[in-house]
Structures are given as C-alpha cells and as structure tokens.
Design a protein around this ligand. Structure first.
Ligand SMILES: Cc1cc2nc3c(=O)[nH]c(=O)nc-3n(C[C@H](O)[C@H](O)[C@H](O)COP(=O)(O)O)c2cc1C
Length: 151
C-alpha cells in the first residue's frame, strides 16, 4: 500500500442488517466492497452474525471518514454505531481489501465473548474494554484467515 505521508485511521462500527442477508447478497456486498476498497486503499474486515455487522475500515483518514458516511446511509443496514475512530501508525488488515467471516451461533472457535453477540464491544462505556475486545476479535480473525489460507 502506498500511503506514505498520508494520515492513516481506523474506524470500527456495528450495525444491524435491514433484512437478513442471504449469502448471495453478502457475496454481492463483499465483491462491491473489495473492488471499491482496493481502488481507494481501504483495508479492513467485516463480520456478520445474526443480522449484525461489525466492520473495521482502515486507510487514509479523509477516505475512511467519507466512506463511513456513505456506508452509514446505505439502506441495507441501520443503527450504525461508531465504536472507535483513531489514527493508526500501521494497518492491521494490510492483506485484506475486506476480509470477511460469518460467526455461526454454534461456532466453538468464536473468540470468548463473541459467541452470542457483539455485546462486549457495544455494551461497555469503557474505551479500554472496547479496545481489548476488539484486539481479541482482530487476533481471532487473523488466525482464522491464516488457517483458511493453509488448507
Ligand atoms: C455492512 C456494509 C458494509 C459496507 N462496506 C463497504 C466497504 O467496505 N467499502 C465500500 O466501498 N462500500 C461498502 N459498503 C457499500 C456502501 O454503502 C456503498 O454502497 C458503496 O460504497 C457505493 O457507494 P457509492 O454508490 O456512493 O459509490 C458497505 C455496505 C454495507 C451495508
């Protein structure tokens, strides 16, 4: 990624799907995200679980802010809640124009606290708790992605 001299930022939000997403609609959404993000030097991850989304967007600050506004107005979801908006020194999802996973309710490998909801990310007013939960989720995602790449 050629983002030298450009302030990088990370933005994390949760939202609720307006209607349950079929896998074809998710595939379509992901293809759209990856094409657009690749062109704009945006990277990140998207998780979908029980009609809720959590997305991490990272890239040039102005691009990420504008994209978040666009996404916030997308009728395919609602109740967007930005949890974290912060400058970063380096990308955490450099290899993903938009990494994606669904969390199944029965997923035994889901990170602690994420089995049933994104509640521990959303319910805490403590920034440190939110950051810790997010770090755990990010690590889980990376390990899963690396395992998937190996098979
Ligand atoms: C949950 C969700 C996540 C999205 N993530 C992205 C994304 O990462 N990048 C992106 O370009 N569009 C994303 N979109 C789609 C945008 O809302 C929008 O449709 C797209 O950027 C095209 O916008 P435009 O028509 O203004 O160019 C997402 C939409 C939803 C519902």
């Amino acid at each position: 990624m050629t983002t030298e001299n450009t302030e990088l930022m990370s933005l994390v939000y949760t939202s609720t799907a307006s209607a349950p997403f079929r896998s074809s609609a998710l595939d379509h959404l992901l293809a759209q995200c990856r094409a657009l993000n690749g062109a704009r030097e945006v990277t990140g991850m998207l998780l979908y679980r029980g009609e809720r989304f959590i997305q991490v967007l990272e890239g040039p600050a102005d691009v990420v802010r504008r994209l978040a506004r666009t996404i916030g107005g997308d009728p395919r979801h609602r109740d967007m809640r930005v949890l974290i908006e912060e400058p970063i020194d380096e990308r955490r999802f450099e290899d993903w124009t938009m990494g994606y996973r669904t969390l199944q309710s029965e997923a035994a490998d889901a990170p602690a606290g994420f089995r049933d909801s994104f509640a521990d990310l959303e319910e805490s007013d403590e920034r440190s708790t939110t950051l810790r939960a997010l770090a755990e989720l990010t690590l889980w995602f990376r390990v899963r992605a690396e395992q998937a790449a190996r098979v």
